[in-house]
Design a protein around this ligand. Structure first.
Ligand code: ATP
Ligand code: MG
Length: 649
């Protein structure tokens, strides 16, 4: 990489020539561009056509091609001299560790695949995984992929009801779970939750149980149902060779239910070929992968970030991926930094919610560790408040590491808008995801679909297909069209526009700023404001650790912003502070954005993936029922909102 400036004096007019050139090439000739990247993976048969767009919006990539995900993530590297390289470094919450070299991973994937094959599972079947962050989870994913079995991973923090809903929707025949998982020193008895789910999920004929916590000293009983449930270790052959099944590029690799921040989860279906190519490419561009990299993506594999950047991304590149089982602040707030130091992590990827939490504990926890191996820091999941960005950049990255703020979704398969140090690092602006990646034709449009001028807020859209895109929603193609393609497409003109439902702005330099979710935009006296704008203004005050802003109907202004604020350690709620925060927002954003009320709370309602659930806050504020709560992390957070509202009365 050359010596481009790392941070940005906004007035600097920097022209990212190399990036522009690559982006231009990708848009001018996408088929050739993506074929070139796809050839870096191994195909059993090359595709006949790179992009089949004959039936929009059901786009199909690399049609006619035959490929296998497990072969590309594992077997391929054995021939490249990587047999003895660590593929997975796993660290358990209690501090136990396991390392699997590429050869060991290969052996395990084969043994696990034999188990699935012996159960009679074949290409076209679906399987559900309800497992904690243990190596058996990626091994099973790769084993299923080896046979063309479509898998769905259900986050192990989900309840029985949420698990049953997902199993039923995916019609899985087999469920793999564990006796339990560790969380904050306690044992979560997963098998018992799974049993409860199975009473509501009749499609499951067989349950495989991984001996996890009981093998590590926990004393719990694990009830097995005769004829249905089997311990994994009783099914595993001592050794096995299972040939990878060549599947069509369009064969569904997995189904993943979105985190459900805004409502009923959607079963996003990802292809094999297009998905792998996209994940492979984005790893190169965004994380600038080098052979010696050790990547620590903190997301649970139950989310898309874990699928793409704990499992497939690093393994497709033959680098080392670090998997950690526990919470970032257990037993102490430096747990992650300990891991970074211990394994010499070079690429670290996490979410704004975690950064804000760790920031709240203070920088001494970070400073205790040698983090000099870090090279690139990433964030994903929500807009990152500039304040949190700066802390991450300075305290964690020692002002050495670029922050890649990556915008994408479960639906997009991989990163879409982000700095791309693997191509050319552009000057960074805290809070902006910078430019779309090559092949991503993103724009910001107004209500009527016309392009928004620079600086004007509007809706993010993607104007053409990309390899990592979802193929459909499982069993509901009509909902797929309605949810993502109806808003701005003009089928009669042959124009298909993907709508991610995010609110955004492009600035004078063409940088993209994600301002929040489209359905959470606040309309004050004819002005529209993204939730992220007001929240970031609040978080830029030294007293504020975290903030959630929602719109409340107002007879005069249409809507007014109302804020819920979590204070940093050492600050206490007061009338004075409330007043100060109001003034602070007024100064930062102007009178329009000033919250009509500010409530102090101890915590905010979040999804289990750590995103603020504004729709739930809004429902409580308006005295309505909050709707689907399956992904809500902590019910007590709702009482907290109610308490704050009550006190204010
Ligand atoms: P659901 O679609 O079920 O409501 P969800 O949208 O939270 O759930 P995900 O696919 O995990 O499910 O999240 C994608 C969303 O997260 C994006 O649409 C966007 O709103 C937000 N997001 C992700 N990355 C960023 C980022 N870097 N900056 C701003 N927002 C982001
Ligand atoms: Mg979404």
């Amino acid at each position: 990489m050359t010596s481009e400036p790392k941070t940005l004096p906004t007035e600097a007019r920097f022209i990212p020539k190399r990036l522009e050139e690559v982006r231009k090439r990708a848009l001018e000739n996408p088929e050739e561009f993506f074929a070139e990247i796809a050839r870096e993976l191994e195909w059993f048969k090359t595709w006949d056509k790179v992009l089949d767009d004959s039936n929009p919006p059901f786009y199909r990539w690399f049609v006619g091609g035959l490929i296998n995900a497990s072969y590309n993530a594992v077997d391929r590297h054995l021939k490249r001299g990587l047999r003895n390289k660590a593929a997975i470094i796993w660290e358990g919450e209690p501090g136990d560790t396991r390392v699997l070299t590429y050869y060991q991973l290969y052996r395990e994937v084969n043994r696990f695949a034999a188990v699935l094959e012996n159960l009679g599972l074949r290409k076209g079947d679906t399987i559900a995984f309800y497992l904690p962050m243990i190596p058996e989870l990626p091994i099973f994913m790769l084993a299923a992929a080896r046979l063309g079995i479509t898998f769905t991973v259900v986050f192990s923090g989900f309840s029985a009801k949420a698990l049953a809903e997902r199993i039923n929707d995916a019609k899985a025949k087999v469920l793999v779970t564990a006796d339990g998982g560790f969380r904050r020193g306690k044992v979560i008895e997963l098998k018992k939750i799974a049993d409860e789910a199975l009473e509501m999920a009749p499609s499951v004929e067989t349950v495989i149980v991984v001996k996890n916590v009981t093998a590590r000293g926990a004393k719990i009983d694990v009830p097995l149902t005769e004829g249905r449930d089997y311990w994994l270790h009783n099914l595993l052959p001592a050794h096995a060779k299972v040939d990878p099944v060549p599947v069509e590029s369009t064969h569904p690799l997995f189904i993943l239910y979105t985190s459900g921040t805004t409502g009923k989860p959607k079963g996003v279906v990802h292809s094999t070929g297009g998905y792998l190519v996209w994940v492979y490419a984005t790893m190169k561009w965004v994380f600038d992968v080098k052979p010696d990299d050790v990547m620590f993506c903190t997301a649970d594999i139950g989310w898309i970030t874990g699928h793409s950047y704990v499992v497939f991304g690093p393994l497709l590149h033959g680098i080392t991926t670090v998997m950690y089982e526990g919470a970032p602040d257990y037993p102490a707030p430096d747990r992650w930094w300990q891991i970074v130091e211990k394994y010499g992590v070079t690429i670290f990827y996490t979410a704004p919610t975690a950064i804000r939490m760790l920031m709240r504990y203070g920088e001494e926890w970070v400073k205790k560790h040698d983090l000099s191996t870090l090279r690139i820091l990433g964030t994903v999941g929500e807009p990152i408040n500039p304040e949190a960005w700066k802390w991450y950049y300075t305290v964690v990255g020692g002002e050495r590491c670029p922050i890649v703020d990556t915008w994408w979704q479960t639906e997009t398969g991989g990163i879409m808008i982000s700095p791309a140090p693997g191509i050319q690092l552009v000057p960074l602006k805290p809070g902006s995801a910078t430019y779309p990646l090559p092949g991503v034709d993103a724009d910001v449009v107004c209500e009527d679909g016309s392009p928004c001028p620079p600086g004007q807020r509007g809706y993010l859209v993607i104007k053409r297909p990309w390899p990592g895109m979802l193929m459909t929603l499982w069993g509901d193609p009509e909902r797929y069209v309605r949810t993502y393609w109806q808003r701005f497409s003009k089928p009669e003109e042959g124009k298909w526009i993907y709508y991610p439902a995010d609110y955004a702005m492009k600035d004078e330099d063409g940088y993209f700023w994600i301002l929040g979710r489209a359905d959470e935009v606040i309309k004050v006296a004819g002005h529209r404001l993204g939730t992220a704008e007001i929240e970031s203004a609040l978080v830029s005050h030294p007293a504020v650790a975290e903030a959630a802003v929602v719109g409340k109907p107002d007879p005069v202004k249409g809507e007014v912003p109302v804020a819920f604020v979590v204070l940093r350690q050492g600050y206490t709620p007061s009338e004075e502070l409330r007043h100060e925060l109001v003034e602070h927002v007024r100064k930062t954003l102007g009178p329009i954005a000033v919250p009509a009320a500010i409530f102090f709370v101890e915590k905010l309602p979040k999804t289990r993936s750590g995103k603020i659930m504004r729709r739930v806050i809004k429902a409580v504020l308006l005295g309505k029922t909050p709707g689907d709560l399956t992904t809500l992390e902590d019910e007590a957070s709702l009482d907290e909102i109610r308490r704050a509202l009550e006190e204010f009365k």
